[in-house]
Ligand binder design. Structure first.
Ligand code: PEP
Ligand code: MG
Length: 578
């Protein structure tokens, strides 16, 4: 049994067989075998080689391979697989060093690959990639089910990976994928956000995870405490099964709050909205008692589809979300592409600092046809319900004016063709840079509402990459600098009399809810599965308690002190969450 500690990013408990993905990056653990197991291992090796050869023969004959290059690649693979001396090196290793077939394949092939990679000849050094492919092919046959294609799953698994993209995660089928654990990542990376939205338990930043995973074991992902247990003993497994049952009962009980108002014990009403990436998630928002969509991350339309969405693609996705929420508000954020949300690898020029580069509204303001296509669809959908548009990553007034000018251009186009739209559609912005937080008073004069995106606000203010596990302990909403900026934005929004919400992950964090209420926030937009828990906290506290807590926090000078204080307060109200 091996217990690993990472960052809890999506609550819940998953217990299932592991499935390793992106195996190219995996180091296969060195595992010993008994002398009596030698012939069994060699037998497995023979079978893996034979299956790989048959597979290649099938591929070769099935495809009309015109291109020489592809033919070359298959030929290299085939030559290796049929090469007796190569095979002998592997079997010798199993025989002499008493290691598993997987380990011998991986160790020998990686040795060959690194030899190739080190040769100062472009053609030969590129052959290293072929060697990795051969390794992968053989490991697929040796590891069997662990390496199966995610899309063809027919049994429950937890995914183990070095890292996952937001798009990969969004494609996970919850019926079979019960949880995931990754070596890299941070709490507010978009992969983590998608996991929370889908309600898939997840732990990230585990570091060198895969080398500990024996074949045919079970893995526990504890998304509440950020723990992954590999190959648990009987007792641990039993305890976790018990804990998982308690969690299910807790969640079922919280769901009973669905139709009760989100208001404090002394009657202050709070609006709870859901954050979504796909229109059908609106159902989860409503099922959890959400009062609308506070953040629709529309870039997933592009990320998931892999192609630039047409106006009709946009329109039908928005129409679907609007239909599901039946008159409740839908805040559509224009595409926030870039940084860790890239539709495909060659999407736009490589940047040294993509997070500070051509992303989000900056990209849209340069890619006008793409931006206008989306705005047309949003405007057309605006007559279907209570639609509001929101621009991400606004840093100054000029940028907001530019975006609004383009919106007006699109309105004029629609006027020309007499296409109906809501000319009074509220136009808001996300406050997610220190620049916009500090000039919120100015921005408020030309915005209908603000939504504070704490994920990016923290990243940009503290200079901490939100997706980098090496600095994840520095990423904290409890830093006095962050709280000061949030207070500033709230005050400026209130002074200007415009709407204000928080849609960053802090709004899903049970520890921060009382503080946010005490600071004056009355609208939160969060991961849909977290709505009941947040509602429970709101219904358990009085506004006076929240105000008092906020006053105390304002006198504290360190993130650690603030965090401990908030945690104690939240634990008193909802011990089951901790
Ligand atoms: C944020 O930055 O807090 C936010 C809500 O936007 P995203 O997480 O999509 O960057
Ligand atoms: Mg953001």
């Amino acid at each position: 049994m091996e217990i690993r500690k990472g960052i809890a990013v999506s609550p819940g408990i998953a217990i299932a067989k592991p499935m390793l993905i992106d195996s190219k990056d995996y180091r296969i653990p060195r595992r010993s075998i008994l002398p009596s197991q030698r012939s069994q291992e060699i037998q497995r090796l023979r079978k893996a080689f034979a299956t790989a050869v048959t597979e290649l023969e099938r591929v070769e004959s099935a495809q009309d391979i015109e291109e020489n290059k592809i033919r070359d690649i298959f030929a290299v693979h085939m030559r290796f697989l049929r090469d007796r001396s190569f095979r002998k090196r592997i079997t010798d290793m199993v025989n002499k060093e008493l290691v598993t077939a997987e380990y011998a394949v991986s160790a020998i092939l990686r040795e060959i690959a690194s030899h190739f990679a080190g040769i100062n000849d472009a053609y030969i050094s590129e052959r290293a990639a072929d060697i990795y492919d051969i390794e992968k092919r053989l490991l697929v046959h040796l590891l069997g089910k662990q390496q199966e294609d995610v899309e063809r799953l027919r049994e429950e698994v937890v995914i183990l990976a070095r890292n996952l993209t937001p798009t990969q995660t969004a494609g996970f089928d919850k019926t079979y994928i019960k949880g995931f654990a990754t070596e890299k990542g941070g709490r507010t990376s978009h992969t983590a956000i998608v996991a929370r939205s889908l309600g898939i338990p997840a732990v990230v930043a585990l570091g060198d995870l895969s080398s500990e995973v024996p074949p045919d074991c079970v893995v526990i992902v504890d998304g509440n405490r950020g723990v992954v247990v590999i190959d648990p003993d009987e007792e641990t497994r039993r305890q976790y099964e018990q804990y998982a049952l308690q969690m299910t009962q807790f969640v079922t009980k919280l769901r009973e709050l669905k139709d009760l108002p989100a208001q404090t014990r002394d009657g202050t009403a709070v609006q709870l909205f859901g954050n979504i990436e796909f229109p059908d998630e609106s159902e989860i928002v409503i099922a959890n008692g959400g009062e609308g969509i506070g953040l629709y991350r529309t870039e997933f339309l592009y990320l998931y589809g892999g192609q630039e969405p047409t106006e009709e693609d946009h329109y039908s996705a928005y129409a679907e979300a609007i239909r599901i929420v039946q008159g409740k508000p839908v805040v559509i954020r224009t595409m926030d592409l870039g940084a860790d949300k890239l539709p495909h690898s060659g999407w736009h020029p490589n940047e040294t600092n993509p997070v500070l580069g051509l992303r989000s509204i900056r990209y849209c303001l340069q890619a006008l046809p793409l931006f206008k296509t989306q705005l047309r669809a949003i405007l057309r959908a605006s007559v279907l319900g209570d639609v509001r548009v929101m621009f991400p990553l606004i840093t100054n007034l000029q940028e907001l004016r530019q975006a609004k000018m383009i919106l007006r251009d699109v309105m004029e186009d629609l006027d020309e063709y007499a296409v109906p739209y809501n000319a009074q559609m509220p136009v808001g912005i996300m406050i997610e840079t220190p620049s916009s937080a500090l000039t919120a008073g100015l921005l408020a004069t030309e915005s209908s509402f603000f939504s504070i995106g704490t994920n990016d606000l923290i990243q940009y203010t503290l200079a901490v990459d939100r997706a980098n596990e090496h600095v994840s302990t520095l990423f904290s909403a409890a830093e006095p600098a962050i709280l000061k900026l949030i207070r500033n934005v709230i005050q400026d929004a209130h002074k200007a009399g415009i709407g204000l919400s928080i849609c960053g992950e802090v709004a899903s964090d049970p520890e921060f809810i009382m503080l946010l209420l005490g600071m004056g926030v009355r609208t939160l937009s969060l991961a849909p599965p977290m709505i009941p828990e947040v509602k429970k906290i709101i219904r358990s506290a009085t506004l006076e308690e929240c105000n008092e807590l906020s006053r105390k926090v304002a006198t504290m000078d360190s993130s650690r002190q603030i965090r401990n204080y908030l945690r104690d307060a939240a634990m008193r109200i909802l011990p089951e969450s901790f």
